[in-house]
Design a protein around this ligand. Structure first.
Ligand code: SF4
Length: 213
């Protein structure tokens, strides 16, 4: 009979394999092609992903939803946007009724969309020339939280600035500065940026007092 531990390992391996299959393909040597995913998250993380990658720990199947929809190309072909000699590449999860849709997993109900998802959606609205966009968060208990946005030029200019900075850092082989955020605790490079994670044991105060007697 299959023990609980084996079953968890099998599921974990399945999520990892599907996740790897759905990852956007980045040619780490082609520094003139920058992917929108790279500049809407911590630049240091994207730099390590290209130069000296560690595998990401995936938590569950709902994290794979966005990749699955991209793969099925629900009305969304990848697009390129030229910034001087740099190509900025993007692909949305779905386009329907002339609006861009993104699907993301969430641990719980959110009051606001995540900053990196807003940057990503806003840039997609300019790259695909659409004025409306929606982010749908799906929680582990199958709740949906939807946010709609209209595009903002200043925010897109900030994304373009990040593309140029990332391209320069890759050219100069300089590691980007730390961008502390809530993503750091789940980041596979936490120990490179901060410190070695320690697992603390629970100590019973009564146990200590008992030993001192
Ligand atoms: S730990 Fe934080 S600052 Fe370091 S690479 Fe990861 S997300 Fe960026």
């Amino acid at each position: 009979m299959m023990g609980d531990r084996d079953f968890r390992n099998i599921t974990h391996n399945a999520i990892r394999s599907i996740g790897n299959e759905l990852e956007i393909e980045i040619d780490s040597k082609d520094i003139q092609t920058i992917h929108l995913q790279e500049v809407t998250k911590c630049l240091r993380r994207s730099y390590y992903d290209r130069i000296d990658p560690n595998e990401i720990e995936r938590r569950g199947f709902n994290e794979l939803l966005s990749g699955l929809l991209r793969k099925l190309q629900y009305g969304s072909e990848p697009k390129e946007f030229a910034i001087d000699k740099i190509k900025l590449k993007a692909q949305v999860d779905m386009i329907t009724d002339d609006s861009i849709l993104l699907f993301r997993s969430a641990l719980g109900e959110l009051e606001n969309p995540q900053a990196n998802d807003i940057l990503f959606l806003n840039a997609c609205m300019w790259i695909y020339d659409k004025v409306d966009g929606v982010i749908v968060y799906i929680t582990g208990d199958k709740k949906e939280i939807t946010f709609s946005l209209t595009r903002n030029k200043k925010m897109f200019e900030e994304t373009i600035r990040r593309v140029r900075v990332f391209n320069d850092l890759l050219k100069e082989q300089k590691t980007p500065i730390i961008e502390p955020s809530s993503d750091c605790s789940d980041c596979q490079y936490f120990e490179r940026c901060f410190m070695k994670k320690k697992s603390s044991k629970q100590i019973s105060l009564m146990g200590i007092l008992g030993k001192e007697k």
